[in-house]
Design a protein around this ligand. Structure first.
Ligand code: PLP
Length: 425
């Protein structure tokens, strides 16, 4: 069935979250709003972000360092404005979540605590073609413990002719290496394919094998529903500049399950992780804050907190469940249109890398371009459809619930169809 533009417009009119688009600054070119489908890369700027950052600048200019305690919103407690909504998004208790650093830094800090090879249990199981930072983190931690990455890092690959991993293959690999695995660490969603892994099943299999289960949620946090606490996941970390819309180089986040809070795990410590009641006594001997905050290192990046707060407030106002409802609807509308387009073009122009199963994907679609891929991409970009190109021949795009519309999705697929049908682009 062909959807018409009028039908897409009607969906937008009925969309209960339609007004939330106005809480973001939509980029324009010569007065025309761009169709921005790169929330998987850098989410758009919340309208309030500047004002919240300005307020911090004002405090700084009027109160200086006294702002930590004397500002109307004291910087000392600013992070309390973040962890509530964030813990809802990742399915955690507030004390299991901390806002700090950036993703790669947090990944290293968590590996210090959670990759604890002992005896013959020293291997890390991960997805093949994990994001490079993850690969480098595994490689360097493994070497740091005196092992050879070729031996210690086990990558699970797709089967011949397939693009994504089968859960059964991940679980079988964990079982096969049960005695020698120290850590299982996957992306929540693979950055290239858009595949959402079964975090609960992987967590359970890793723990049944006697290993620790961790996740890099860069592409999952703020995108799909997560239940890290209930799933029993040991740890996770994420960035906030993608689906969490908190700006370039935004402050990252980490989850440490409460079952680990009393254990006084080994860690690399800094003064901001020290018990806050005695932190300013500046004494020798590290005493961590209880909970995830005990992994903090440095003075809080209050300006980054301010941008993060603006973005999280939008999530709070829209309601996480309602955001998820719209994500599902918008995404299935997109897939209906794309699958129809694929049929019409005889399966010869595009091929989907992202799983067709809605339970195994989030907002992102990765599409292999079988003909004229780069020229189609260039043309889309010229015309204001902002998507990205990954060598050798993949276009990635991710309409998101908070600021994309059904009409944008319809216009995008309609234009894509025209470009694919043209003899030359
Ligand atoms: C899956 C994944 N992991 C890690 C990173 C690196 O994050 P950062 O540069 O914030 O450390 C990214 C960045 O896009 C990513 O997509």
């Amino acid at each position: 069935m062909h959807y018409t533009l009028a039908q897409a417009e009607e969906m937008d009119r009925k969309d209960p979250l339609a007004s939330f688009r106005n809480r973001f600054i939509i980029p324009e070119n010569e007065g025309r709003k761009l169709v921005y489908f790169l929330g998987n890369s850098l989410g758009l700027q919340p309208v309030n972000a500047s004002a919240y950052m300005e307020r911090v600048m004002k405090d700084w200019s009027t109160l200086g360092v006294e702002s930590f305690f004397q500002a109307e919103e004291p910087w000392m407690h600013y992070h309390d404005k973040l962890t509530g909504t964030l813990s809802r998004i990742v399915g955690a208790k507030p004390q299991e979540v901390v806002v700090m650093n950036q993703l790669t830094v947090n990944l290293h800090l968590l590996l210090v605590s959670f990759y604890r090879p002992s005896g013959k249990r020293f291997k890390i199981i991960c997805e093949a073609k994990a994001f490079p930072s993850d690969q480098y983190a595994f490689e360097t931690h493994v070497r740091h413990h005196g092992f050879n990455p070729d031996e210690a890092v086990i990558e699970v690959s797709p089967r011949e002719g397939e693009f994504t991993l089968r859960t059964e293959d991940i679980l079988d690999t964990i079982r096969l290496h049960a005695d020698e695995t120290a850590l299982v660490l996957f992306g929540g969603i693979n950055y290239y394919t858009g595949q959402l892994f079964d975090i609960e099943a992987i967590t359970k299999a890793a723990q049944a094998a006697g290993a620790v289960a961790g996740f890099d949620l860069a592409h999952a946090a703020g995108n799909v529903p997560l239940q890290l606490h209930d799933w029993g996941t040991d740890f996770a970390c994420w960035c906030s500049y993608k689906y969490l819309n908190s700006g370039p180089g935004a402050i990252g986040g980490a989850f440490i399950h409460e079952k680990h809070h009393q254990a006084n795990l080994p860690r690399f410590a800094g003064w901001w992780g020290y018990d806050m009641h005695n932190r300013f006594k500046m004494e020798k001997g590290f005493v961590p804050m209880p909970g995830a905050e005990g992994w903090q290192l440095s003075t809080p990046a209050v300006l980054l907190y301010a941008a993060h707060r603006a973005a999280l407030e939008i999530v709070q106002d829209a309601g996480w469940d309602r955001i998820q409802d719209k994500r599902m609807h918008l995404n299935s509308f997109l897939w209906d249109l794309l699958e129809e387009l694929d049929l019409e073009t005889g399966g010869e122009k595009i091929r989907f890398i992202t799983p067709a199963d809605p339970a195994a994907r989030g907002c992102q679609v990765s599409m292999l371009m079988l003909k004229n891929g780069k020229s189609v991409y260039n043309k889309l970009m010229e015309e204001g459809f902002i998507v990205d190109w990954r060598e050798p021949d993949v276009i990635r795009f991710a309409p998101v619930a908070l600021y994309n519309t059904y009409t944008e999705v319809w216009r995008f697929v309609t234009r894509l169809r025209e470009l694919l049908e043209a003899e030359s682009v």
